[in-house]
Ligand binder design. Structure first.
Ligand SMILES: Cc1ncc(COP(=O)(O)O)c(C=O)c1O
Length: 476
């Protein structure tokens, strides 16, 4: 009998040598049950009999006898030279042997009680999931992956894997890989006028985690967040899942309308904004409103979460300094992402938090998922330090600007009277305005059925309805 001890339990099977039942019968009935319960699925290639004998702690002969019986009954099929497989077509009556019904779990068989929050979240995510499917025409928010310098990226990755010091492979600093935090701090100080030290930079798993953390750490469940309306669904979802209430604040062509903040819920402890490129309308928060917002934050005692998700793509005019850079009272928490400027699958972004919040945010990161993989962090750090990051941004800025111009001119030529668009100074998408009497949600649904992703502007609204429009991406 094989003496080796299995390190993994194959299909939950354990053989008991003390039972009177012969071992081959135990193996046979355990494998049969595993097939009937759906643990071993049709087409699954069974391990070699020698391997399985080691896994189950029985002789190979025992396994061979059990396999023979399962093959004779149609549960398994053997092909000379390729191995033994679970049969593709198990006859219905086989699934009911001895009246035994398949025990495989069917969804909906019991009523799991979920929180009210969970329903709110599912409603948001069903739309978000649509957006994450494979790239289709006009899908917005995705960079042009085809134009990413993978050759350089692969070279940097290869070099890093070769010389990655062993000490970086343990549990690292949950706040992130130090050289990356330094590189980000330099980049933000230089190009976004963010006032920060590397210690204040906390690496997160995409800005989505930054929104989630901020909602959880600044507010208690039941408290309110001031939120741009229309606004980013990812933020709405993150705040809902922390049990927060949303207080919608309307937006116009100069960004969030600060006058509404004066009269809004004075209990709100956080205001979420996208000042560089309002999501989804695309307006830039004017300098006057930036100053008003910062003043109000002090006066009404709320924090501001500045989501600077795509500010790198500015095509003309001078970018306005970040809100964080104008803030003198440590009221602003800043977040940025590598999803747009590099690629989304990295799942890396960053927070810049006021010094007194560094420890709280770092602790939550540690408790949530310990931190981000060091390998990707070191590749990005090197990509920034080598200057390739800046070269890539410049190249993409030019490319996206050209694509925007083509989109606008083609819509003007081909969809006159149906869709109106204007060139914008920044961003990765624009709004195509439909005729006033159109229902943008119905138009968007119809387009989706034709394989075109162009979400309706009114899908992003909470309280303040917008004129009918479609969100059109042009970068991917
Ligand atoms: C407004 C806004 N903020 C943040 C993000 C970035 O999210 P992440 O960094 O999690 O990919 C997006 C992505 O679509 C966005 O549209």
């Amino acid at each position: 009998m094989a003496k080796n001890i299995s390190i993994l339990q194959f299909a939950g099977i354990s053989i008991d040598h003390n039972l009177d039942q012969p071992l081959y019968q135990q193996v046979y009935s355990s494998l049969r049950s595993a097939i009937l319960e759906g643990l071993l699925r049709p087409g699954y290639r069974m391990p070699a009999t020698r391997t399985l004998s080691i896994e189950l702690g029985v002789s190979r002969n025992t396994i061979l006898i059990a396999f023979d019986q399962l093959t004779a009954e149609g549960y398994l099929k053997s092909f000379v030279g390729s191995g033994t497989f679970v049969s593709d077509f198990l006859p219905e009556n086989l699934l009911q042997v001895n009246g035994e019904k398949s025990k495989s779990k069917k969804s909906g068989s019991i009523n799991i009680r979920v929180s009210k929050r969970s329903n709110d979240i599912s409603n948001i995510l069903s739309t978000a999931n649509n957006l994450s499917r494979e790239v289709k025409t006009f899908k917005h928010g995705s960079p042009s992956i085809a134009d990413f310098p993978f050759k350089i990226w692969k070279k940097i990755s290869g070099d890093i894997i070769q010389k990655l010091p062993e000490k970086t492979l343990g549990y690292g600093d949950p706040a992130g890989y130090w050289p990356l935090r330094q590189a980000i701090a330099t980049y933000l100080r230089t190009y976004r006028a963010v006032k920060c030290e590397a210690e204040q930079v906390i690496i997160v798993s995409g800005s989505q985690q930054a929104l989630d953390f901020t909602g959880r750490l600044i507010l208690d469940p039941g408290e309110s967040v001031l939120m741009e309306d229309p606004g980013y669904m990812g933020a709405k979802g993150a705040f809902y899942s922390s049990g927060l209430k949303l207080v919608p604040i309307p937006v116009d062509d100069q960004g969030i309308i600060t006058d509404y903040l004066t009269n809004s819920d004075s209990e709100a402890r956080l205001c979420y904004v996208t000042p560089s490129h309002q999501y989804p309308l695309g307006s830039v928060l004017s300098i006057k409103r930036r100053m008003e917002l910062l003043d109000l934050a002090v006066k009404n005692n709320f924090m501001i979460l500045e989501d600077d998700y795509d500010s790198e793509f500015r095509y003309s005019g001078k970018p306005l300094p970040s809100l964080q850079g104008l803030d003198k009272s440590d009221r602003v928490i800043y977040t940025g992402s590598f999803s747009k400027v590099l690629f989304p699958a990295l799942r890396l972004g960053y927070l810049v938090v006021p010094p007194q919040l560094i420890e709280t945010f770092t602790t939550l990161r540690s408790l949530t998922d310990r931190g981000s993989p060091v390998l990707e962090q070191s590749i990005i750090a090197e990509f920034i330090q080598s200057g390739d990051f800046y070269r890539h941004i410049r190249k993409m800025r030019k490319l996206y600007h050209e694509r925007q111009k083509i989109l606008v001119s083609e819509i003007d030529k081909q969809l006159e009277g149906l869709l109106t668009v204007k060139e914008t100074d920044s961003g990765m998408h624009l709004v195509g305005w439909l005729p006033e009497n159109c229902n943008d949600q119905a138009v968007s649904k119809y387009l989706y059925s034709k394989g075109i992703i162009a979400p309706a502007l009114n899908d992003y609204c909470l309280e303040y309805k917008q004129k009918p429009g479609l969100i059109l991406g042009y970068t991917a």
